[in-house]
Design a protein around this ligand. Sequence first.
Ligand code: F0G
Length: 473
Amino acid sequence: MNPLKTNNADGAPSDMQHQTIIEPFRIKVVEPIRMSSESEREAHLQEAFYNPFLLHSSDVIIDLLTDSGTSAMSAEQWAGIMRGDESYAGASSWLRLEKVIQDLTGCPYILPTHQGRAAEHLLYTRLGGEGKVFFSNTLFDTTRANIEYSGATGIDLPIPENADTQSYFPFKGNLDIDRLKTGIAEWGAEKVAAVVLTVTNNSGGGQPVSLANAREVAEVCKQNGIMFLLDACRVAENAYFIQHREKGNEDKSYRDIAREMFALADGAIMSAKKDGLVNMGGFLALRDLELARACRTVLIITEGYSTYGGLSGRDMEAIATGLEEVFDPDYLHYRISSTGYLGRKLTDLGIPLLQPPGGHAVYIDARMLYPHIPVEQYPGQALVCELYRLGGIRSCEIGSVMFGKYAEDGSLIPAQMELVRLAIPRRVYTQSHLDYVIETFGEILERADQVSGYKIDWEPPFLRHFTGRFSPI
Ligand code: F0G
């Protein structure tokens, strides 16, 4: 019997032989973390205008800003860095990467890019344009930006369960099929440029999408002659959830589940900075030759020749190996269990979070944690600053700082939710690092009612969360 196959109450697998799930790797290279005092951190916060994006990483103790490009590479990947073939055309590193991606996605045409958004730009400027629409479970910000930049409209159609942060529905990342059908009828199928399924659904809480939902989306697209695309940057983590939560998939390997999902789609975009287990890279995979040719022309003009895109040969070696390692059952079990561990311990403490924990991140509901701070005073920004002040922990506000807009009278139109994301880099932190985060949340809770809100002192016209300046009220 496979000991990993037994599920406990919250759907997470448990090892029947051992209670403790260990990091399935030894550490060969280390990077020092510099400890700091609360008063030092208060000074750093002031210098950074209370915006964690403006902190120096050397002043951060645990960096949970993003899981993107922050993975630790394996010994095999570092060996690949030495083997990288830096030839301009037809490098062996490219041929290897191309084959790995073809085998995984089943798509014949592969275009390498320096990261996910570069692939988005190639494809969505081609498919988009004025009068076109893209439907999605939830578009990631750069995806939406590329779609809107082309003149097209992006519409998110998550299932209703997604809006309830306390619902334990197992596939909260699913796309609402009824709303998709209505949307297609309203716009007319010829106006629909594509349906994009983001797996896992990052902006919707890192929640998984079921195979059944992907099949239904594929079927609706097929019936209407619409292109179906996967935003697949966390497809291995999504496959883990399918194996453990969706009936009929218990005996399939994670890789086969991912391949089954890719097989449903007409193409895929992947930022390799997530489940590719590398620091930089991405690709576009397509089944249609004409579309691939058109995108390849722009690839060569903007990224690089078609056998390297924006990548070095060594990068391509590391991605090829990362895409194989990420489906290792011990790795994925540790990965999802460690995010689940953080989520479960924080829930036990009484920290309100988006349930159940996602694959790559835990999302805290800052409005529930700080009910006394009005949304106009950005409760998420208050939590992000508290986490740094008390523990040197860097996190990311995903609320009205990131998504809030202004009405004509200058009042705030708040985001739907005031979340703070704790994104876990892959293979970087151990359980004791997470225990430290959990301990810090104990202090956060003790001081919760003394925390004040924040105001914006300066903001740029776009993407204010990156460079905006704040101060406590
Ligand atoms: N799609 C999704 C679902 C993503 O999460 C990201 C990046 C991208 C596309 C774009 O990829 O960064 O390689 O250009 N997400 C990062 C994050 C930035 O922190 O969630 P990229």
